[in-house]
Design a binder for this molecule. Structure first.
Ligand code: GLC
Length: 438
């Protein structure tokens, strides 16, 4: 690298660092903004945190039984047969995973629910137990849904790139039942509708009584926590009892400082102006943020232009690949594009800026919910987390832990982030048991 290019590169990186930085003050101030948005959302007032009631409380750990779960995530559908032993333990009897075809994500509602019913049909056919016994099914639907009860809810809007027609404003359990009927699947009976965060919390709390937060860091991002019923102003007065789990839909939070790359990502997304936090945090968007920075640096002549060849299209760099760069695995790129050592380091550094910012925002939002529930942080809190962004990247987990300690001080040390792989599948079985119990 020539000296002039090196200096220019350093100047550019310094600027990028500033654009992706979240200073300590920002983090502390944003706790208050988050609390305000939570409070408004719970009262049913206009807020970028919808605070959606789930009509479920946490499990006791003694729930028992066998449940099938159908989990529609952002990328895959997972079907599980889960056995709960009544002592905080579970086993997966049978499992299958199906990739969601693009035409299903962007087609008709009937097509989507036929696809889900087909996944269940394949699951039934391949399941070792061929009995015709009726099965209670938990439906994990990982999108913002306005629930009217534990087993019904209308889709508010699509997120994570879905644009399936004719589903927004409809009861997704009814649409599922119709799909099951069309495919002649009579032995499966939906008993509960849950968001993936709620399921993740359920799975964590089933085994661990200190678990009071469920977080997803994957294609999308979101969180839920148990709230005291008297604080949920928007619930009808006949709803009584101790607690109800609230799905924050934190991906929609709009109190963050955004930069020029965030603005471009938002513009090319199918839902501009919405899910602003999600677009800075979740795996669906991180690869694109890194790609946009690469385009910027190649156009400025700081990195070789070949780096972006074949990656001209938005979303053509996956978050998995960007995460490897962020971790320092640049050898593949360095040999393919004959990069100099400093160029490889620069590539890694700028990717890291994107992932570190994501981890810091996620940890700050976790800190905000914890301090809302327990302002003096006197209790022990366990956060159950599911999703590939968190699960596959130890450096990301470390950055979250570091931020929790920075924002919460010594109390941050006592917050446990517990990785629960498949938590959203298993937890919906727990949710089904809780729904049947209540
Ligand atoms: C999106 C959805 C939300 C879900 C999250 C994680 O933000 O709107 O419901 O929990 O993705 O999958």
């Amino acid at each position: 690298m020539k000296e002039r290019t090196r200096r220019k590169g350093k100047g550019y990186l310094d600027r990028l660092e500033k654009e992706f930085d979240l200073p300590y003050n920002w983090k502390v101030d944003s706790l208050k903004d988050f609390h305000r948005a939570m409070e408004q959302g719970l009262k049913g007032r206009k807020s970028s945190l919808p605070m959606l009631p789930s009509f479920l409380s946490r499990p006791t750990g003694r729930e028992k039984g066998c449940y099938w779960t159908l989990d529609l995530g952002g990328t895959y559908v997972r079907v599980l047969d889960v056995a709960l032993d009544g002592a905080g333990e579970f086993s997966i009897v049978f499992a299958k995973r199906f990739a969601i075809p693009r035409k299903v994500m962007h087609g008709s509602g009937e097509g989507l629910f036929d696809f889900l019913a087909d996944c269940l049909l394949t699951f039934c056919r391949e399941h070792p137990d061929h009995s015709n016994e009726e099965r209670a099914l938990a439906f994990t639907f990982s999108f913002p849904t306005d629930q009217h009860s534990v087993n019904s809810g209308t889709l508010i809007c699509w997120t994570k790139g879905f644009t399936t027609a004719g589903v927004v404003g409809e009861d997704v359990v009814v649409l599922l039942q119709e799909g099951l009927k069309r495919k002649g699947l009579r032995k499966v009976r939906p008993v509960v509708l849950v968001n993936d965060t709620v399921a993740t919390l359920m799975a964590g709390a089933y085994a661990q009584p200190t678990c009071d937060l469920g977080v997803i860091l994957g294609t999308g991002t979101n969180a839920c926590y148990p709230e005291r019923i008297e604080r949920i102003g928007k619930l009808p007065s006949e709803v009584k009892g101790g607690e109800m789990i609230i799905n924050l839909e934190w991906g929609h939070f709009d109190g963050l400082k955004r930069n020029r790359f965030d603005a471009v990502v938002d513009n090319v997304s199918p839902n501009p102006g919405r899910q602003l936090l999600e677009k800075m945090v979740s795996a669906m968007y991180l690869g694109e943020l890194v790609r946009l920075m690469l385009v910027d640096l190649t156009e400025a002549g700081i990195l070789p232009s070949e780096l972006t060849r074949g990656r001209e299209r938005p979303f053509s760099l996956s978050s998995e690949e960007a995460a490897r760069l962020a971790e320092g695995e640049t050898d593949g790129w360095s040999s393919r594009f004959r990069l100099k050592k400093e160029e490889g380091q620069m590539l890694s550094h700028l990717s890291r800026l994107v992932f570190d910012r994501s981890a810091r925002i996620a940890a700050t939002a976790v800190a905000a919910i914890l301090t809302w529930m327990d302002p003096a942080l006197t209790s022990v809190h366990t956060v159950s987390v599911d999703g590939a962004l968190f699960a596959n990247n130890p450096f990301y987990q470390e950055e979250m832990r570091r931020t929790l300690r920075e924002v919460l001080g010594a109390a941050g040390e006592r917050v446990e982030l517990l990785l629960l792989k498949d938590g959203s599948g298993i937890g919906s079985a727990v949710a089904a048991a809780v729904a049947e119990r209540d």
